[in-house]
Design a protein around this ligand. Structure first.
Ligand code: SAH
Length: 393
């Protein structure tokens, strides 16, 4: 069997069951594994460590499937799926929501596979060559375990290039309409599975939308980076006085407006700005506009460690503007979904922003990704979404 041998002293992460093996940790490749093929991982004394997927084009040269000697076949994936679904059962059984992340890559021990469920449709995203290599049996296993045949693949993301894979956006099987309606917290949302951002909806913010709702009643709300209006719909539903939403995407904003309508909510006190958020916030600051609540949920500013410094400036910039636009007693609900920005760094950036804005502020709630986006204890990198609800004096 093909194998890799790790360098002496470079097997610590593997022994702590971290799923990634970086190229620098590899002493020798035995055999001639192709992209995504299963290999054995051995330590420098040739002791077995686990089974992994080989990824010759990536700095993450291999990803562990398992730390046991077992075949990586359809039964293996079925078993993994059942574990993942079991993990979600406890909180799903109390919910009427119809959309969930079912498989969350490394944290569900299937590195590089994302599966989101929207009603009776599964949307998968393949981010690693290992999952790509086993694509057919993974799809069969998914079908068998869920009984769902409506499957769409949204692997049209540029990180696939790092794995030597081309982008793909395709119907796998069954019927997947262009637009579907999901339910979250008894509210309806339109999801465009085939053309929307991500796999169609930001499921990771579900709990944070709910938690934020208690701050909206009778308030003037500014929702920045509003996408299809998640926080805006919650704000109107929870009786905000007015809601201004800003997003650079026209198509997302069109859906946001429809989302209000399909929930029977009155959009009379809503304004939708299709603009660059940085520019719009500066204009509002110059006009001395004020709000009671500002929500900041920007896209990922730092995809890699190298981009952290630039990303930090971006976060500082919008949070500074956010604080400046608040009335006394106001609430800033602010997020970062950049894996490279740690929770403590994010808190520091927000603290610096408050300082520069000349406000005194404290955190009243700390927020994370929802429980259907678990964080493997062996994979701290999985904790990518963090949020702070800050009140100012
Ligand atoms: N809060 C949303 C998710 C936001 S995702 C929800 O709960 O569903 C980030 C959004 O930022 C995307 O909709 C994207 O279109 C938007 N965006 C990215 N860059 C932007 C910019 N410079 N100005 C305004 N919006 C931007």
């Amino acid at each position: 069997m093909n194998a890799i041998i790790l360098r002496s002293g470079r097997d610590k992460a593997a022994k702590h069951r971290h799923p990634w093996i970086f190229s620098g940790a590899i002493q020798e490749v035995i055999g001639n594994p192709t992209n995504g093929e299963t290999i054995e991982v051995l330590d420098s004394k040739k002791e077995f460590l686990g089974m992994a997927a080989y990824s010759p084009f990536s700095q993450i040269r291999a990803r562990f499937w398992t730390f046991k000697k077992e075949p990586i076949n359809i039964d293996f994936f079925k078993k993994r799926f059942l574990f993942a679904f079991q993990k979600r059962k406890d909180f799903q059984k109390y919910s009427t929501d119809t959309a969930w992340r079912m498989i969350h890559g490394e944290s569900d021990m299937i590195p590089g596979l994302i599966v989101d469920r929207y009603n009776d449709i599964l949307v998968l995203q393949i981010l690693s060559s290992g999952v790509e290599f086993h694509r057919d049996i993974i799809i069969s296993a998914l079908r068998d375990v869920t009984g769902i045949d409506n499957i769409y693949e949204r692997s049209d993301v540029d990180v696939r290039r790092l794995e030597g894979l081309a982008e793909r956006n395709t119907l796998v099987s069954g019927v997947v309409p262009e637009e579907i309606n999901i339910i979250e917290c008894d509210l309806k949302f339109i999801v465009k599975v085939t053309t929307g951002q991500k796999t169609g909806f930001y499921l990771d913010q579900r709990d944070n939308r709910k938690i934020s709702s208690k701050f909206f009643m009778d308030k003037d709300v500014l929702n920045v980076f509003s996408f299809t209006g998640g926080f805006s719909v919650y704000a109107v539903h929870h009786k905000a006085k007015s809601v201004i939403s800003i997003d650079s995407s026209k198509s997302a904003t069109e859906i946001a407006k429809k989302n209000l309508e399909i929930n029977g909510l009155d959009g009379a006190n809503c304004e939708w700005l299709v603009e660059d958020a940085f520019k719009a916030l500066r204009t509002m600051r110059d006009q001395d506009r004020k709000f009671d609540v500002v929500v900041l949920d920007p896209p990922k500013f730092a995809a890699t460690q190298a981009q952290v410094e630039r990303a930090s400036r971006g976060y500082k910039d919008i949070n500074l503007l956010g604080f400046k636009l608040l009335n006394p007693g106001g609430t800033l609900i602010t997020f970062s979904c950049s894996g490279g920005i740690s929770e403590s760094l994010f808190q520091k950036i927000v603290a610096d922003a408050a300082l520069d804005a000349g406000v005194t502020s404290s955190i009243v709630e700390k927020l994370n990704q929802g429980p259907d986006h678990p964080i493997g204890l062996n994979f701290p990198e999985g904790a990518y979404l963090k949020g702070l609800i800050c009140k100012i004096d």
